[in-house]
Ligand binder design. Structure first.
Ligand code: HEM
Length: 410
């Protein structure tokens, strides 16, 4: 009997993991007729497909062709002229949705801005911003929404500073970047996405032109300078900056919230991190495996692909469920247990192969500092209301996480 797996249903969004387990056991190569989407869920299949970029292409027709036919949100469509107007601001070559050799060339030009050393240099400033946000929150009555107080502002404040956005513009800038991911939510609006994208693009185009006249050592300055013999065009730079916000802010927000929620639901781990905040990094790493912000990656099969006795035909859209792979017992013993002592980071939460997340060091730094600071300030977080979940089958995270922060005597 064909298995039912409706990835947009409220039950799956509330807790996808039992549904993934059913897929892995009963239908590891599943065809969703309604969405005309193939779904892979076992670690070995998912990892092989992510690494096989020749057969499983990331390419889409242009920056918005994915969104205007968003397979996760089939009810929304953007009027073609609106999409076309925004598309003119952007380059058709997008790192995330290109294949080698285009991808290789783009990645080579932007990678120098993201070396582990450059990111590590931000640690003191990330700590300062985090402590400022948390200090303000704790000074009030100790009741906070962790998402609003810390998890959402931290990544957008850090990237805004990295990009040299003037302080007076940062609120607007954050609103635009929130709008830009709205279309990924199950009931989100693609028009909001396009609005945020258009406003940010105009901002970045001006910033790129200013850096060309007046070179600076911030992230945009590095990207402008980084194209060596074949510099990136203004459109390509603008597109990459938009991508950084879309790919980096919401995901990092969700990693911070998911980590705190996982700790609250696992009192032993919570106690361990409270006793030794140096375990924050291990908690973040285990959350990436256990409840990662990105649940699946979308690819197009360029040729027939055989998995066991099932063949995915060339031309199919394929959803690679990395979050299911990370719970596959064939790979991770006792996969549904949240444990701080796994000691291996062989999950697929940041992808693998040529598109491996360029922001992984930044995401890990911000999330680790956030969790560590929460405990180093001598604050004991307790759930103070129902967490509100994001309504999306691909972005796993929280809209709200109400906490009471109690001071624990030193
Ligand atoms: C790529 C996850 C944070 C920028 C990816 C991919 C994943 C991912 C799974 C691979 C996509 C694919 O193969 O199709 C995450 C998660 C994050 C995070 C879970 C936070 C916890 C960030 C941050 C930035 C960023 C902070 C930048 C500031 C990018 C970019 C790509 C990417 C530009 C495209 C790389 C390429 O195509 O070569 N991310 N990411 N991400 N990520 Fe992240």
């Amino acid at each position: 009997t064909p298995i039912r797996f409706d990835l947009n249903s409220p039950e799956v969004i509330a807790d996808p993991y039992p549904h993934y387990a059913r897929l892995r056991e009963d239908a590891p190569v599943h065809h969703d007729r309604e969405l005309d989407l193939w779904v892979l869920s076992r670690h070995d299949d998912v990892a092989a497909a992510v690494r096989d970029h020749a057969r499983f292409s990331s390419e889409s027709g242009g920056p918005w062709s994915d969104l205007s036919a968003n397979p996760f949100n089939p009810s929304t469509r953007v009027p073609a002229p609106v999409a076309a107007a925004v598309e003119r601001l952007l380059s058709p070559r997008v790192l995330l949705t290109s294949d080698p050799p285009d991808h290789t060339e783009l990645r080579r030009k932007v990678a120098p801005a993201f070396t582990p050393r450059r990111i590590a240099a931000w640690e003191p400033r990330v700590r300062e911003i985090t402590e400022g946000l948390l200090g303000g929150a704790a000074a009030r009555d100790g009741r906070i929404d962790l998402v609003r107080a810390l998890a959402a502002p931290l990544p957008s404040m850090v990237i805004a500073e990295m990009m040299g956005v003037p302080p007076g513009r940062r609120d607007r800038f954050r609103r635009w970047s929130d709008e830009a991911v709205d279309g990924l939510l199950a009931h989100g609006s693609l028009l909001r996405t396009l609005h945020g994208t258009a406003m940010m693009s105009a901002h970045f185009a001006a910033a790129v032109r200013r850096r060309r006249r007046d070179p600076r050592d911030d992230l945009i300055g590095l990207l402008v300078a980084g194209g060596d013999e074949a510099p990136l065009s203004t459109g390509e730079l603008v597109t990459f900056c938009v991508l950084l916000l879309v790919a980096g802010n919401e995901t990092t927000t969700n990693l911070i919230s998911n980590t705190v929620l996982a700790l609250l639901e696992n009192p032993d781990a919570l106690e361990a991190v409270r006793a030794d905040p140096g375990l924050a990094g291990a908690a973040v790493e285990e959350t990436l495996r256990y409840d990662g912000p990105a649940q699946g990656l979308l690819r197009i099969a360029k040729a027939d692909a055989r998995f066991g006795d099932v063949t995915i035909p060339a031309g199919s859209r394929v959803l690679l469920l990395i979050a299911s792979a990370n719970r596959d017992p064939r790979r991770h013993p006792d996969p549904d247990a949240f444990r701080l002592d796994r000691g291996r980071a062989d999950h697929l939460a940041f992808g693998t192969g040529v598109h491996y997340c360029i922001g992984h060091a930044l995401a890990r730094l911000e999330s680790t500092v956030a969790i560590e600071s929460l405990f180093r300030l001598g604050l004991a977080p307790r759930l103070a209301g129902r967490p509100g979940r994001l309504d999306s089958p691909v972005l796993r995270g929280l809209r709200t996480l109400p906490l009471a922060l109690e001071r624990v005597p030193a």
